[in-house]
Design a protein around this ligand. Sequence first.
Ligand code: HEM
Length: 149
Amino acid sequence: METGLLHLHSSLRYIVLAALLYAIIKGWKAGEQAVEGKERRPYLIAMIVAHIQLLLGLGLYFMGENGLTALNSLFDTGASLFSSLGFFGIIHFVLMVTAITLITKAHSLAKKNATHRSVVRLMLFALLIVLVAIPWPFYGYGSGFFPGM
Ligand code: HEM
């Protein structure tokens, strides 16, 4: 089950990135206008996909080898924060939870009829954090661009 969860979490990164990009591009085009009615939908979709990813991530964190277990080993061994233990035990977890909080805040601004510009600013910031915190193969962590293939 854990392998299935990992593959799902890994593949969903592309949907998260696509949903964020779509929301940002749509919102960017609308500029300083207030968010109204159906215009909220791209922000809502980005938030839903991010929350599904959060749930899968929490599952992996508490049940898998690379979450809480990694954190314990990190403290036991005194390994570096930039080792695989530090990356999954702390960096990935903290940065992703921060990004998902920003996405949630952005959606709540959109519900309060804030301007697209202010919503997009938060979404952009979240996108940058997500891009940095994904364990890309060139970091030396994780199991590649398409695990299981
Ligand atoms: C937008 C949010 C997120 C994205 C895009 C994302 C993406 C990824 C990717 C691509 C991997 C590598 C999978 C592999 O090795 O094939 C991964 C691993 C992992 N993620 Fe996330 N993640 C996100 C949020 C989270 C959150 C919020 C948590 C924890 C609460 C989390 C916990 C984990 C854990 C524990 C692993 C390692 C799994 C293992 O190797 O056993 N992720 N994540």
